[in-house]
Design a protein around this ligand. Structure first.
Ligand code: CIR
Length: 255
């Protein structure tokens, strides 16, 4: 969670056609760009240099840059998101990765991995199988991580959860924020878990960036629990992202 850089992408007007599990109305490109601006500022205030890539109208979900790549100090991995309208986003982000990393490798084979299914903990990287991430992709990805010296474990994202990280986040210092279902999953061993308050599952997706935790606006009980665990927080509006199942982590690659 100690980072110096982030990559983000401006939401396109076509985000109104973004994928969602339950329709709660279309997000507005204009309102989303205003929320995105606050997000970029918060990352900068946390100490990061932020690359803001231009909107891509041809890819409605392309502002969720976490899904087509994964970044480590050793290099970046260009992923292949597991839904037809997003598969090409890996190619679109490649140039931005090449500009920041000495080494960029493309996920080999024909499998799929969404970065939203990858949770980096202090000593292991968890890869959640989901509707987007399949076993072939997860194993090819784990192999690269192994070659770079990381321990990776493949696990099953619980039913009904879009991405593994939709339902949990690392707060750093070996503490996890998780929904009840995730907390009960056993994935986190004996690490300390801060549980998301009932009815606030969306707030499970937060990001620890250097000294602060960015938390979505509108989830007071979870916010209080994170603060009670000793973390400093910054609250950000994510109302437009939420309409298309997006959260705070999905909107950036941090490294
Ligand atoms: C999608 O369904 O792919 C987008 N509408 C939302 C992606 C959210 N990304 C993430 O959780 N990492």
């Amino acid at each position: 969670f100690r980072f110096t850089h982030a990559i983000t992408r401006i939401p396109a007007d076509s985000v109104a056609n973004g994928i969602r599990a339950v329709d709660a109305g279309d997000p507005s490109g204009e309102k989303f760009r205003a929320e995105h601006g606050l997000y970029v500022t918060a990352l900068q205030e946390a100490g990061l240099t932020v690359d803001v890539l231009p909107a891509l109208e041809a890819f409605p979900d392309s502002c969720f840059v976490e899904d087509p790549a994964f970044c480590l100090p050793e290099g970046a991995i260009q992923l292949r998101p597991g839904t037809a309208s997003r598969e090409g986003e890996g190619r679109e982000i490649r140039a931005a990765l090449d500009a920041r990393f000495p080494q960029v490798v493309e996920l080999p084979g024909t499998g799929h991995v969404d970065g939203g299914d990858v949770l980096m903990l202090d000593d292991v990287i968890l890869i959640g199988l989901s509707a987007r991430t399949d076993r072939e992709g997860a194993e090819a990805f784990a192999k690269i991580l192994g070659e770079w010296g990381y321990k990776a474990e493949v696990c099953e994202t619980p039913e009904g959860v879009l991405h593994f990280k939709t339902a949990c986040s690392t707060l750093g210092d070996n503490v996890i924020l998780a929904t009840k279902v995730m907390a009960d999953s056993g994935f986190f061993g004996d690490r300390k878990i801060v549980q998301v308050a009932e009815g606030e599952d969306y707030a499970a997706n937060v990001i620890r960036v250097n000294d602060v935790v960015l938390v979505p606006e509108g989830y007071p009980k979870t916010l209080a629990a994170i603060e009670a665990a000793g973390f400093k927080t910054v609250v950000l509006p994510t109302h437009e992202a939420r309409k298309v199942d997006g959260g705070l982590s999905c909107l950036s690659l941090r490294f």
